[in-house]
Design a binder for this molecule. Structure first.
Ligand SMILES: Cc1ncc(COP(=O)(O)O)c(C=O)c1O
Length: 420
């Protein structure tokens, strides 16, 4: 259960005061805070089981290997995959780059990749690099409320489209894309389907489906430590792919001029892996399972509804993305209208001016009240260009946030509303 006040007691960072006041952390889309259980699991690993994993014969290394592989099993169980379909990476970005530098390498001039205009740079740049060899990158658009335009997506899904890679939940608009329906459409076309689940696996029940070829997400966005990420891949696909990095334990045999690689997933885990990260991620998953992902989603939806209602009452605030909390996650990007005289005068002379205060100024104003929101382009510049904006401020929620955080956020923004 998550109470209306969230689960701050489980998170040591919320004991911290800044300028003598509580912190209101509203930036979980960027990274999440860590519960004591995760911190303790990492400390326990270093105090009681640290050794390098795989292929050692002594007991301590066996213990470390067991912890590392248990984590893989826990991740697999969490998303409903097989254990040998879980590759540990550094983060979502590395998972998607792994795909670009493996399956992406088989693409030829004239082939196409389809993504959307609401992607994070991490799901754009790995594909954009293939344009250099004549691969075409198509973008499906979204409507005024931030819903993906499915007709546009369908029209851009052609026989040359070899890869479709789409975010499950936008890190700016909050839009939850109908990923299961999209997956069906994509598979009917015979394309490889990749889900960027960086913002969905942490926030809602998520199960791998037959139509998903690959799924990428990050540990640090789901209460785990930084530096551990996941790539789920269908085993047969992983098996048919070349490795991404080379070296260390990812081999069966090495001769002077010949190598036989290990089977997946180890084939993709070159060098000493992030055992600490895997242990911490597993503890984070245990924590989330204990709450239940339905409950996580319910709680965030409630805070989101409350926020949207609060923002609707502030005349100078514009927020982006779906208005219906059922169709969006707990991330709200917004701007505050600048109605100053100078701007009005400039506009009166037909001089084009930005209609909003700079998002950094809004974030700084909120920071002065210990309300921590992100500002800028949120690593989604094509999305910002589509909206005709240089940036937005963005508040986002997780299991530790409560109604008091929403109230502090709306109250602080209200001060601007009153001041104008
Ligand atoms: C939708 C989405 N994809 C990818 C990423 C990249 O995640 P990471 O920085 O953990 O690699 C993010 C990070 O905010 C994201 O929100």
């Amino acid at each position: 259960m998550i109470s209306a006040h969230g689960r701050k007691k489980d998170f040591p960072i919320f004991r911290k005061k800044i300028d003598g006041k509580d912190i209101v952390y509203l930036d979980s889309t960027a990274t999440t805070q860590k519960p004591k259980k995760v911190i303790d699991a990492i400390v326990a690993y270093y105090e009681g089981a640290n050794a390098n994993v795989h292929r050692s014969v002594y007991k301590l290394a066996d213990e470390a290997t067991e912890l590392y592989e248990d984590s893989r099993a826990n991740v697999a169980n969490f998303i409903g995959s097989k254990q040998n379909e879980i590759v540990f990476t550094r983060n979502t970005t590395e998972s998607l780059n792994l795909l670009s530098f493996t399956i992406g390498e088989s693409l030829r001039k004239g082939d196409r990749i389809l993504i959307t205009s609401m992607e994070h740079h991490s799901n754009i740049l790995p594909w954009m690099r293939l344009e250099e060899r004549g691969v075409r990158l198509d973008y499906a658009g979204f409507d005024d409320e931030g819903h993906l335009n499915i007709e546009d997506l369908k029209s851009k899904l052609v026989k040359e489209t070899k890869i479709v890679s789409i975010t499950h939940q936008s890190n700016v608009l909050g839009t939850i894309n109908p990923i299961e329906d999209i997956a069906k459409i994509v598979k009917e076309n015979g394309s490889t389907f990749i889900v960027d689940a960086a913002q969905s696996v942490p926030h809602m029940p998520f199960r791998v489906r037959e139509e998903y070829d690959f799924v990428a997400f990050s540990g640090h966005k789901m209460l785990g430590p930084m530096g551990i990420g996941v790539l789920y891949g269908k085993y047969d696909l992983l098996d048919s792919m070349p490795p991404f990095n080379r070296g260390g334990e990812m081999i069966k045999d090495v001769d002077f001029h010949k190598v036989i690689f290990e089977d997946p997933p180890v084939k993709f885990e070159a060098g000493t892996p992030n055992v600490e990260g895997a242990v911490g991620l597993s503890a984070a998953i245990d924590y989330l399972k204990e709450i239940g992902m339905d409950e996580v989603r319910r709680h965030e939806k409630r805070l989101t509804s409350m926020t949207l209602k609060g923002l609707d009452d502030l005349k100078s605030v514009k927020y982006y993305g779906p208005r219906d909390p059922d169709q969006r996650g707990g991330v709200i990007a917004f701007n505050v209208k600048d109605v100053s005289n100078v701007k009005r005068k400039l506009e009166g002379r037909n001089i084009k001016v930005d209609h909003f205060y700079h998002s950094h100024d809004i974030a700084t104003f909120l920071d002065e009240r210990n309300v921590y929101v992100r500002s800028g382009h949120h690593c989604a510049e094509p999305l910002m260009r589509t909206l005709g904006l240089s940036g937005t401020a963005r508040a986002s929620y997780y299991v530790y946030n409560g109604e008091e955080d929403v109230e502090a956020f709306i109250r602080s923004l209200g001060e601007i509303d009153v001041q104008r």
